[in-house]
Unconditional design. Structure first.
Ligand code: DGL
Length: 273
């Protein structure tokens, strides 16, 4: 009897542990905002490693070190899972570190590839950071499910900084967006995946050059995948009220909150790590 009760309370306790969210900055909030809508009762801890962004221009070794530090932080926070709301580390670090921590890791690219492979499009464009493009993680993972899909992968090295610096409407943003879309459109893709979590911040500007419907923000697919996986593992929180949220950044908390504003209103100033 007592033994049974202990087991039940242990399971409930682990279900009710928080979920970590990890990105190089405010990009992961494009995932976090969808997650909050879908699973509002989960407690969440978000870490944006803004001091070290842009991740897309870092070496694999650097990215492994940044991720290790973030995962150690999440381990101290006693999370049940970490959402890698960052394509760059999903592409380069996930395979290296996936078995090293006592929590479940959800990498964005690997989690959404099946659904992207089912899109009614034979040519799919992907805009992403230089490191993600170099890894070919999108074409490798989508082609695992459908070999016939042609994936066109183009790096947009300037876009993350434009978002972090709040320069979405600057002439340099429009120039760069136009240049990258011109390059992409030469291949005639039917859909274009925003393969960096910062890029949905530029959706308004992108849509002024190409129609809005061509772009895919994988965040919705990603959070649906996380929800169904947590359900299958019986790891959904049993809490009946809205979960807590805490934000951490490795650079200026004020800048983080301002840059985040377009996607998510952060009430309390993030804490500096
Ligand atoms: N937002 C991240 C991604 O999805 C990283 C961007 C960066 O810091 O370069 O790839």
């Amino acid at each position: 009897m007592w033994r049974g009760l202990t087991i039940i309370s242990k399971t409930v306790n682990s279900k009710n542990k928080p979920i970590g969210f990890f990105d190089s900055g405010v990009g992961g909030l494009t995932v976090f905002s969808e997650f909050r809508k879908l699973m509002p009762n989960e407690d969440c801890v978000y870490f944006g490693d803004t001091k070290n962004m842009p991740y897309g221009e870092k070496s694999k070794e650097q990215l492994i070190n940044f991720s290790k530090r973030a995962f150690e932080f999440f381990e101290k926070k006693n999370v049940k899972a970490v959402v890698m709301a960052c394509n760059t580390t999903s592409a380069t670090v996930y395979d290296v570190l996936k078995n090293d921590y006592p929590f479940k890791l959800y990498p964005i690219i690997q989690s959404v590839s099946k659904i992207l492979a089912q899109l009614p499009a034979s040519k799919i464009g992907v805009f992403a950071t230089p490191a993600t493009i170099k890894s070919k993680a999108y074409s490798i993972n989508i082609n695992k499910f459908d070999k016939s899909k042609e994936i066109i992968e183009i790096a947009c090295p300037e876009w993350v900084k434009l978002v972090e610096e709040g320069k979405e409407n600057s002439p340099e943003a429009f120039r760069s967006i136009k240049e990258k879309l011109d390059e992409m459109m030469r291949y005639n893709p039917e859909k274009i995946v925003l393969g960096c979590t910062h890029y949905p911040y530029l959706l308004k500007q992108l849509s002024q050059v190409a129609g809005k419907d061509i772009f895919i923000n994988p965040a919705k697919y990603f959070v649906e995948y996380i929800k169904s996986d947590l359900e299958s593992l019986d790891m959904i929180s049993t809490a009946s009220e809205k979960g807590s949220e805490a934000f951490y950044t490795s650079a200026s908390p004020e800048n983080f909150r301002v840059a985040a504003g377009l996607f998510y209103a952060i009430k309390d100033l993030p804490q500096k790590l």
